[in-house]
Ligand binder design. Structure first.
Ligand code: ACM
Length: 539
């Protein structure tokens, strides 16, 4: 009996069956071969060049975590029997392109740039069994692959609800495993300021905590009556930035201005045009604690108390950005710019005088002045600003990149003005929307199911071929008013993120809904393997 078991254990790879190949996002070109290659504990990851260590480490870490198999990493070892990662001229100018070959002798992943090798590794991980195994049998095949869009992003709002550093790292892993390359970290909101700024300690001492939170869907059934909050220290942010860079993920920090700034104003009331006025909140919502003075908001919506365009505010913001710039190497800084009510500026004698002095048309002109002044400062520091599409109103800042969220209109207009654009229209890529009818937990509304996301086309038809070049890519946004825990983050994320990854990576010709749905069956098992929650009715 023992001998029989031993024999069964050592069935050669030749006779073992590799699972169906099911890669998401769909590669450009996939040719299946005939046999199998087996990754075992003596298989090595061989590096053919410097600079591929991150890819090797990711592969090694994943295989260790999922299968308990430790693959050694070797520099310049032999190819036979091993997984070889190489930099090689494959004549793809697109960053992220790679070739992969699995044959009798070896697995090879080659690319012009290290990023391409990393994405080849992500493909290799998808060939591995979706259940535990101690021999990883993968089929002979050949893949030529490259991304369609340069910008492939995911956003996360940590203002409405806060998620710890370990979870942010997990979120970055999800991004990387979907061959996406940007994490838009929404760090400041009316309901919480989440980034330590050493020059302004009250931003986190005061601004990172609210005295309570609306229960249920706005206006809610009450208030939790408990303090809620949290923030990331600068040390933690550095750690996350490095973690992301090791996965070829760029982090774009967002510091909201001039609106969505209640938490900053609660910390430093002089940032408001009316520092003496108490924070207003909608009368139909329940409030906990004092209503005197400036307060961090406890409910959801758009609030009238916004940054005053004063020298005090500009000095404050410049100092904040000085620290933000030191932490984030990204060439982009997101300055928000959305949903800034103009009521405060209308009734402020200071703002009205400023409009006259600067020869501005109205309060929209003042918003444009605000954004352009910040842009000038940040450009001077070598950074390019990104703003939500409201920054088009009153005149676009000269070098700004526009994130089109209120449909595609803002993106189309910006591209026509020869500005770079990232498409993030609510109807298709707002992952806070419902995905079931009826939805089984509270959401903000809307309806964006898997098929809707899959059918999204980031380049609007109305753009000429020349203007279409300004569309760098797209991004899904995850606003967290109704997402209080990480399990719900994943429920809202999956499977829609997998659909978006294919929209952004795969060629239009390679996108096919019935085929994608079939490939998703394996992906659901992969989510299980990752221990990730997902929307199961979509199965
Ligand atoms: C947004 O959803 N307010 C950008």
């Amino acid at each position: 009996m023992k001998r029989l078991l031993t024999c069964l254990f050592f069935i050669p790879a030749l006779f073992m069956k590799a699972q169906e190949v099911s890669i998401i996002p769909q590669p450009t070109q996939l040719t299946m071969g005939k046999g199998n290659f087996s990754i075992q504990s003596n298989t090595k990851i061989v590096l053919g060049a410097e600079g591929l260590e991150k890819s090797a480490a990711f592969l090694q870490g994943y295989v260790q975590k999922m299968y308990g198999l430790h693959l050694k990493i070797e520099h310049k070892g032999i190819a036979t029997g091993n997984i070889v990662l190489r930099l090689k001229k494959i004549n793809h100018t697109v960053a992220g392109a790679y070739h992969m070959e699995v044959n009798n002798d070896y697995v090879s992943i080659e690319a012009d740039q290290a990023t391409g090798v990393f994405y080849g590794v992500q493909t290799l991980l998808q060939l591995l069994p979706v259940t535990t195994a101690n021999e990883l049998v993968i089929p002979h095949l050949s893949i030529i692959d490259k991304p369609r869009f340069a910008y492939r992003g995911m956003h996360l709002d940590v203002g409405r609800h806060f998620f710890p550093v370990d979870y942010i790292k997990k979120y970055i892993d999800f991004i990387a495993m979907h061959k996406m390359n940007t994490f838009h970290w929404h760090l400041t909101e009316d309901q919480g300021w989440r980034i330590e700024i050493k020059k302004y300690p009250k931003l986190t001492e005061v601004g990172a905590y609210r005295n309570g939170t609306t229960i249920g869907r706005y206006p809610g059934t009450g208030n939790t009556n408990t303090t809620y909050g949290g923030y990331y220290t600068q040390e933690q942010i550095k750690e996350v930035v490095k973690y992301a860079a090791d996965r070829y993920v760029d982090i774009i920090p967002e510091i909201e201005l001039p609106g969505h700034s209640s938490a900053a104003i609660a910390a430093y009331p002089e940032l408001s045009c009316f520092p003496e006025e108490a924070t207003k909140h909608p009368s139909k919502t329940a409030w906990n604690g004092t209503t005197e003075g400036k307060q961090v908001q406890q409910t959801w919506g758009v609030f009238e108390d916004v940054f005053c365009p004063s020298e005090y505010t500009f000095n404050f913001l410049e100092n904040v950005f000085n620290e933000v710039i030191e932490l984030f190497p990204s060439k982009y800084i997101h300055i928000g710019g959305d949903e800034c009510p103009k009521e405060s500026w209308k009734r402020s004698a200071f703002c009205q005088q400023l409009i006259k002095d600067k020869n501005l048309k109205d309060e929209h002109g003042l918003q444009s002045y605000f954004i352009q002044r910040m842009e000038k400062y940040l450009n001077g520091k070598g950074k390019q600003i990104i703003g939500w599409d409201e920054i088009l109103e009153g005149g676009l800042a000269p070098n700004a990149l526009v994130m089109s969220w209120r449909g595609e209109k803002g993106g189309i207009e910006a591209a026509k003005q020869k500005h770079q654009v990232i498409m993030t229209p609510g109807e298709w890529v707002y992952f806070d929307h419902a995905q079931n009818k009826p939805e089984d937990s509270v959401t903000i509304g809307g309806f964006t199911d898997l098929q809707k996301v899959y059918g999204y086309e980031p380049v609007p038809k109305s753009l000429s071929e020349t203007d279409a070049q300004y569309v760098l890519g797209a991004q899904a946004n995850l606003w967290t008013e109704y997402i209080t825990n990480t399990s719900k983050v994943e429920y809202m994320l999956f499977p829609r993120m997998s659909a978006l990854s294919e929209v952004l990576w795969s060629s239009k010709e390679n996108r096919h809904w019935p085929n994608f749905k079939e490939r998703m069956q394996q992906q659901y098992k992969r989510y299980d393997q990752w221990g990730a929650n997902y929307n199961k009715p979509a199965k």
